[in-house]
Design a protein around this ligand. Structure first.
Ligand SMILES: *Cc1c(COP(=O)(O)O)cnc(C)c1O
Ligand code: SF4
Length: 331
């Protein structure tokens, strides 16, 4: 079977630190550390994402999200391999059912990009997800619990599955009468916008389930014209779009950067949804923004943006029935 353009682009993603540095005209002094940290979690950057980085700028906010650095081997107390306990709750064919009414399905462990701050960096998701077997066990779980009205496809990145696999899954989902919504958590529209093709849109909008997509962008510079066009095709066909961002030191821990992100998202039809405090995963401590700074940033953001553009500042806490809101109004 011939590959779709997005699949070729994914295959051709940059995998070598030397290539990344060379393409951006960056100092080869970065290469040693990048090679070392690449052993911990391999580098992967699609061309479409690289194109939005500023050549010669080692502090580029997009580059920082993907370039392996020495700080990743720091062992900081409190930073663990499975900070939100998802690995422990991974049962039932890849279904994580922590919140009432919504069940999250680890549809695949694969991603188009490897984000350095990701809790997936230590997760053996490759052997613990629904698609490695058939979908049957996950579908049985969903069918057996009538309180579940929304299924969330997550990962990894669920849109790294091909359309045939996605269709097999949705055929099972539509046959479960109590399901009303299908939500997709994906960074693909941002990092590999060619993924949003006719076939994918047809899949997402072609069932009785109401389609919702939560994308993941951390900085306005990630949202170029190609991304905007892909997202506009989704909204035109009735997909409700939200964004979750992670508050990351050196990437977006600055009021103006967060303002720009919210405004850019809104301009291209995406509702800012969550601003997550970093999950305390081993190897990502250098990205952490503490709660005090996060609250001050929210106040700065709230002072100048319409309320409907404000994301909710949250932290994921194992065992809590929702993402825990961080109170930020009091100084
Ligand atoms: C984040 C998350 C959800 C979705 O939560 P919302 O607040 O509805 O966005 C559902 N299940 C799990 C396990 C999650 O981590
Ligand atoms: S799961 Fe999301 S944050 Fe983690 S590497 Fe994949 S795209 Fe990046």
């Amino acid at each position: 079977m011939s590959r779709a353009p997005w699949q070729r682009e994914w295959q051709n993603a940059i995998r070598h630190p030397a290539t990344l540095l060379e393409r951006l005209g960056l100092d080869t002094a970065l290469l040693g550390p990048a090679r070392r940290a690449d052993q911990l979690f391999e580098l992967r950057v699609p061309e479409a994402f690289l194109e939005r980085m500023e050549p010669g700028n080692a502090a580029d906010p997009l580059l920082r999200q993907v370039l392996p650095v020495d700080a990743e081997s720091d062992d900081t107390p409190g930073f663990a391999n499975d900070p939100v306990g998802d690995h422990a709750s991974l049962a039932n064919g890849g279904v994580i059912h922590k919140y009432q009414g919504r069940a999250l399905l680890i549809a695949t462990g694969a991603c188009a990009i490897n984000c350095r701050y990701c809790f997936r960096r230590h997760f053996p998701y490759a052997d613990a997800n629904a698609s490695s077997g058939q979908w049957a066990e996950a579908l049985d779980y969903l069918r057996d619990d009538p309180s579940i009205s929304e299924v969330i496809l997550s990962g990894g990145d669920p849109l790294s599955l091909n359309d045939r696999r996605l269709r097999e899954l949705s055929e099972g989902l539509v046959s479960i009468p109590h399901l009303r919504r299908i939500r997709v958590h994906s960074r693909m529209p941002v990092v590999l916008p060619s993924r949003i093709d006719e076939s994918l849109i047809g899949w997402l909008t072609g069932t009785r389930l109401t389609p919702v997509m939560v994308i993941h962008a951390n900085h306005a510079q990630e949202l170029d014209m190609r991304v905007a066009e892909s997202l506009q095709r989704l909204t035109r066909d009735g997909v409700r779009l939200y964004n979750q961002a992670v508050l990351l030191r050196g990437v977006n821990n600055d009021a103006q950067t967060l303002i720009n992100l919210s405004e850019r998202l809104f301009d291209i039809g995406v509702q800012p949804y969550y601003l997550h405090l970093l999950d305390r995963v081993r190897g990502a401590a250098h990205f952490e923004v503490n709660e005090g700074e996060a609250r001050a940033l929210m106040r700065a953001l709230a002072a100048v943006t319409p309320g409907y553009m404000l994301p909710r500042l949250v932290r994921e806490v194992a065992g809590e029935p929702w993402k825990v809101p961080i109170e930020w109004t009091a100084v």
